[in-house]
Design a protein around this ligand. Structure first.
Ligand code: Q9C
Ligand code: ZN
Length: 384
């Protein structure tokens, strides 16, 4: 039997606590696009889809260990205390925002140490879109814990699936899927720098945790579980790339716009280093990419790289800022395209955890995220 309901892991302890007042877009001050309203509209859509989804607010506490495996201690200490220090120094209660970022043509990092929070805010953040508000650290921490809770359930679901396949009651055509509905997002957060609405890299933390579990062995080679990260957010996941750049597992793959944010990463020439060489695959696409172009490119990536890696799990950085009306992006994917994308991911035939990243067209956010998840389940949305 194919699993008929997809489990959705979420918690208001992450989704509503982080509330920056504004951001800058092309030189003007605007509302914060990565809005606390985003998870609510997604949930509302998922709950309108008959009984396709099962929402749980259960969050397990994995402690700091799995987060410290991915992020550096000095960065975590900074994130935890930044807001308080900022206020003590006389910073605006809106939150921590760098004024000076140590540009590579200026900085001599290591020789000069940031003396106060205003200086550190530049050292630990690469752009102006990751304001640290009063509860940002707690929200990001809880988002990581929710994602870890989902990752642990992925292990259970995958084991159950394997047994069902052996017993002949399930086929590899319908692998189980799970969804971590979290914010703030994670894929721009590197090991020791935040940016792009991201503070802690939820998906990277979950991937490393899965690889680290001593009792979990890969079906392919008996080593640690093999993971493919499929990053389908419009923007390149510079954070996830950096975190795993020298590792042969997970395999990081990304489809993204080459002409857009974060501008200085995401080239196809970035292939990984050392043991990681060949295990970082960037597929930049032009602005105005359409459904057909996107699905064709995704299918080729899956055939050429994802399936040959023999993953035990697939972790998807799920962004729907590829949508044609996204206010900060530039692709032309439509709401009809998302079920096709989900269907392509289903055809990998491997248990998959979807982790929420970007997507800023609030009106269609539920429909588009839901489209991917329903497409993965071999269903289509009722209100397409
Ligand atoms: N013209 C995510 O989707 N602002 N982050 C860029 C673009 C920051 C996107 C302005 C965009 C961050 C998770
Ligand atoms: Zn994005």
């Amino acid at each position: 039997m194919a699993p008929s309901r997809m489990k959705v892991f979420t918690s208001t302890l992450c989704t509503t606590m982080h509330t920056p007042a504004f951001e800058f877009l092309s030189g003007s001050e605007t509302h914060f696009y990565e809005s606390p309203d985003r998870p609510g509209v997604i949930l509302k859509y998922l709950e309108s889809q008959g009984d396709a989804f099962e929402v749980t607010e259960r969050v397990e506490d994995f402690g700091p260990g799995p987060i410290e495996r991915v992020h550096k201690q000095d960065f975590l200490d900074y994130l935890k205390t930044a807001y308080e220090e900022w206020i003590e120094e006389g910073g605006h209660p809106n939150g921590v925002l760098p004024g000076t970022i140590p540009h590579y043509k200026v900085a001599r990092l290591g020789k000069l140490k940031a003396a106060n929070c205003l200086a550190k805010s530049g050292e630990y953040c690469f752009d102006l879109s990751a304001v640290i508000t009063k509860d940002t650290f707690k929200a990001a921490w809880n988002a990581a814990q929710v994602t870890l809770t989902a990752a642990k359930d992925l292990v259970r679901a995958a084991d159950e699936f394997e047994q069902s396949v052996e017993a002949g009651s399930a086929t590899r055509k319908n692998p189980p899927g799970l969804y971590a509905l979290v914010r703030p997002p994670g894929h721009h957060a590197q090991s020791d720098i935040c940016g792009g609405y991201c503070y802690l890299n939820n998906l990277a933390i979950a991937a490393q945790w899965l690889i680290d579990q001593p009792g979990l062995k890969s079906k392919a080679d008996g080593g640690p579980k093999r993971i493919v990260i499929l990053d389908i957010d419009f923007h390149h996941g510079n954070g996830t790339q950096e975190i795993f750049y020298t590792a042969a597992n997970p395999l990081y793959t990304s489809l993204h716009s080459i002409d857009d944010y974060p501008y200085f990463t995401g080239s196809a020439l970035e292939k990984g280093e050392g043991e990681g060489l060949g295990f970082n695959i960037n597929i930049p696409m032009p602005q105005a990419t359409t459904n057909d172009d996107y699905v064709e490119t995704l299918d080729k990536l899956i055939k050429d790289h994802v399936i040959p890696f023999k993953p035990d799990y697939v972790l998807v950085s799920l962004g729907v800022d590829t949508y044609k009306d996204d206010p900060i992006a530039g692709f032309l994917v439509t709401s009809e395209g998302y079920p096709r994308i989900g269907n392509s991911i289903r055809k990998i035939g491997v248990p998959t955890l979807f982790v929420q990243e970007g997507g800023y067209c609030i009106e269609k956010l539920g429909l588009n995220v839901g489209g991917i998840l329903l497409g993965y389940m071999g269903k289509t949305g009722t209100t397409l």
